[in-house]
Structure formats: structure tokens, C-alpha cells
Design a protein around this ligand. Structure first.
Ligand SMILES: NC(=O)c1ccc[n+]([C@@H]2O[C@H](COP(=O)([O-])OP(=O)(O)OC[C@H]3O[C@@H](n4cnc5c(N)ncnc54)[C@H](OP(=O)(O)O)[C@@H]3O)[C@@H](O)[C@H]2O)c1
Length: 258
């Protein structure tokens, strides 16, 4: 059998990091060399978790780093990843973070996905096709729901869905995006893409794209019921990305949907 893939987990103590560690520990073709988080400890499977300051050995030892953490940690990891491939699930990234990922992608493969599920990647394709087919006569509203501890809004997946709709209309999302509405926003401008974020309880992740016409409404949606869905997808991406040329990749490449 081939040598197992040496995996480091950034954000190892988080909800997603723990799911990745548990599934990786059960896989014969993966070896977890360590994790990184704000507090040191141990992961399921026995590998140690260290703080960012102590992460040099783990980052040096890893072939693939799977990151579900926070932009602050991701920035640090991207700078210190060396030749290791990066699989990034962290959302809420800014322009600076994207630049650092671009820098890392000159040295190694970097795969970023706002959502690692097959279903959501299919939904992205369907949303783009629906927006192209229906045009500006249909108003698009994107509604997402997540657990009460989620830090960023709208979700990275909602923004990816908005980008897919904007692509379907051959316009940049920045020109069309509006987040929530309150007060007296006035009549809805043609072409606007509205985002609405619900937060509560333990919701894993739900997304709905509504294309609302005068006499009908098309709704495309996805409901995730377990974080293992995203963790499995990230491990699939880790297996796919090992040994690729430096550069930026997405989940559509892994799924052959490009
Ligand atoms: N792409 C996808 O499919 C997908 C799916 C689900 C979630 N996500 C995204 O993944 C990210 C993590 O989500 P989660 O629910 O797992 O979050 P979480 O439970 O809050 O876990 C965050 C992890 O990052 C660590 N961390 C945070 N800030 C840090 C810092 N400044 N320095 C070092 N470590 C830091 C935390 O360490 P401590 O515990 O020590 O604080 C923890 O291990 C979020 O951006 C979320 O939106 C993406």
C-alpha cells in the first residue's frame, strides 16, 4: 500500500477540526501529524495539538494542511506552509487573506472551498444556470441559517451562491449585493441580490436561493444535517490535492464539475 498522506489540522479543537481529526484517524490512507489551535491539547486519534508559536515541526512534517479555523490563524499557516498543500475551509476571508493564499499558491497547491459538500457544489451550478435562464425579471434572495456560534455572515456558501447568480447575469456580485434590509430601503432595484442570515441553536447549515417572478417562484435549496459531510469532503480534497502543481483549486476541480 502507498505511504499514508501526512495531514496537519489547523483549527484542530474546533467543531470542524474535531470532525476532520475523527474521520482521518479512522482512515488507513491518512496519518495525522498534529493539530494547531489557540490552546494546546490532544486530538481524537492521539495526535497532539500545539499553539501557532509551536507549530513549526507540524507544518514542516505535513504534506497537506486542512484548515477550518479563523482568518487570523489561516494567515499565519498560509505564510508558514512551505511546500505543503493547503485545503482551506475557513470562511469570512478578506482581500488580504486572499493575497496570502495567492502567495502560498505560487509555492504549493491551495484548494479553497466555502463548502465541501457535493450537494452544495451542484447547487452552485444550478443557481448559475437558473439565474442565466430567468434573467433580471426574477428577483433573487438568498437565505441561509446556521448555529448560534457562527462568527461570519452571510455565510461563505451564501456568498458563493451569490457569485454564481451574478455570473449567470454576467455582472460582478459587488454591484448587486445587499445584506438584509431594514428601515426604508425603498422599492427593490432590478437585479439586486439580497442576503439574509438566520442564526440559532445547532443548525449545521441551510441555504436557499429564491428566484421570485411575478407569477411564480423557483426555489433551490440545500440542508446539511452533519458536519461530517464537510469533513469528508475536505478529506476527499486532501487526497486529490496531494502532488498537484502549485496554484489555486476549488471543489469543482475535485468533483470534475469544471
Ligand atoms: N468550507 C466548509 O465546508 C465549512 C463548513 C463548516 C465550517 N466552515 C468554516 O470553518 C471555520 C471553522 O468553523 P468551526 O465551526 O469549526 O469553528 P470553531 O468551532 O470556532 O473552531 C475554530 C478553531 O480555530 C481555532 N482558532 C480560532 N482563532 C484562532 C487563532 N487566532 N489562533 C489560533 N487558533 C484559532 C480554534 O482554537 P481554540 O479552540 O483553541 O480557540 C478552533 O480550533 C469557520 O470559518 C466556518 O465558517 C467551513
Amino acid at each position: 500500500m502507498a505511504e499514508p498522506i501526512r495531514l496537519a489540522i489547523s483549527g484542530a479543537t474546533g467543531r470542524m477540526g474535531q470532525a476532520v481529526a475523527r474521520l482521518a484517524a479512522a482512515a488507513d490512507d491518512l496519518e495525522v501529524v498534529g493539530g494547531i489551535a489557540q490552546e494546546a491539547g490532544e486530538m481524537e486519534g492521539g495526535a497532539s495539538v500545539v499553539t501557532p508559536g509551536e507549530a513549526g515541526r507540524i507544518l514542516g512534517d505535513a504534506e497537506v494542511i486542512v484548515d477550518f479555523s479563523h482568518p487570523d490563524l489561516l494567515r499565519e499557516v498560509a505564510e508558514r506552509a512551505g511546500g505543503a498543500a493547503l485545503v482551506v475551509g475557513t470562511t469570512g476571508l478578506g482581500a488580504d487573506d486572499e493575497e496570502r493564499l495567492d502567495d502560498a499558491a505560487r509555492r504549493a497547491p491551495v484548494l479553497v472551498a466555502s463548502n465541501f459538500s457535493v450537494g452544495v457544489n451542484l447547487l452552485l451550478d444550478l443557481a448559475e444556470r437558473a439565474a442565466r435562464a430567468l434573467g433580471d425579471d426574477y428577483d433573487v434572495e438568498i437565505v441561509e441559517a446556521h448555529h448560534r456560534r457562527k462568527e461570519d455572515a452571510p455565510s461563505g456558501t451564501a456568498l458563493s451562491l451569490g457569485e454564481a447568480v451574478a455570473r449567470g447575469r454576467d455582472r460582478p456580485l459587488g454591484e448587486l449585493r445587499v445584506d438584509g434590509r431594514s428601515g426604508r430601503p425603498g422599492a427593490r432595484p432590478r437585479g439586486e441580490i439580497g442576503f439574509h442570515a438566520l442564526r440559532g441553536g445547532d443548525i449545521v447549515g441551510e441555504h436557499r436561493v429564491m428566484l421570485i417572478g411575478d407569477r411564480e417562484r423557483v426555489e433551490l435549496g440545500h440542508v446539511a444535517t452533519s458536519r461530517d459531510l464537510f469533513a469528508e469532503g475536505a478529506l476527499r480534497a486532501a487526497r486529490w490535492v496531494r502532488g498537484r502543481e502549485p496554484g489555486r483549486y476549488g471543489m469543482a476541480d475535485v468533483l470534475g464539475m469544471t
